[in-house]
Design a protein around this ligand. Sequence first.
Ligand SMILES: [Zn+2]
Ligand SMILES: [Zn+2]
Length: 349
Amino acid sequence: MTPLEALNRVVYLMDRSLAASAKIGAFRNAAAVIAELPPGELEQRVAAGTLLELPGIGKSTGAVITQALAGEVPQRIVDLEATTIVPLSNKGQVYRQALRGDCHAHTFWSDGATSVETMARTAQDLGHEYLVITDHSPRLTVAHGLNAARLREQLSEIAFLNERMAPFRILAGIEVDILEDGSLDQDPDLLARLDVVVASAHSKLRMERTAMTRRLVLAVASPHVDILGHCTGRKLRSTGTQAVSDPELARPESSFDPELVFAACARFGTAVEINCRPERQDPPDPLLELALDWECFISIDTDAHAPGQLEWQAFGCDKAARHEIPMDRIVNTWSVDRLVEWAANHPTG
Ligand SMILES: [Zn+2]
Ligand SMILES: [Zn+2]
């Protein structure tokens, strides 16, 4: 393991736990620093004891580099491999093995931590056949949402990568913001070009129940929308096993009439997302049960913002197992061709 591989592995493992992002940032930054060094410099600095004089290298990152250079598996990696394992029950394992891809993932085109290629290669390493890239839309300025021009640029990058990574498929998607009036935050022509569209509400989550119901129903009924993302918008203060990284961000579920929203999902063939993020776990169990009563399609998605978070699908698989969701209702169990065909053709009312 080279020092660069070791630092990247630390970042990956910290990402799959809920480590505070500042802590991960130090390792990500150190990886960027040593990636730029001329060959031999690290070895010279370790021999001369000047490694920590490099800007961006501290005691923790320096220890990982030094141990990797000595041909050891750094102790931090040994510890993290053991402590950050994402748990998965036997019944959940059956679901995990049936999943062929993930329909919700971010890159540094919006607020993700890394490139389309790194996310896609990680998904491939995890056994997936495809990954849908779903960066944010323009109104979500805090997340550097993509305007039409940048989304078109991203589509070119995806097309280029697809030639190199075949038969693995990177599907072009978006997490389009559901605006207050239920309209969508991207050009309809562009939405029509995408393979898979996830639609989510990110602002005005406390709006009054009738207005929120109308907002979600209108979005779900759009011919462009394939998956309703994190439907309640809740963020948990604790995940049960550990506190979330920023408890200040905790927020309650949005208020809406779930019968109407899920009836609309069923009517228009729009899937309800099981969002696997530990701080979201959306929808809550009673709502998921209701979506299943309505025979909605389900999509088990990580909403990963970093490669290590792609492993969070295990949480959704356990949830699916607890609710005994029929396999064929889960869109990620379908072949990629069937998924794309469904996304293009489910009923539009
Ligand atoms: Zn979102
Ligand atoms: Zn997202």
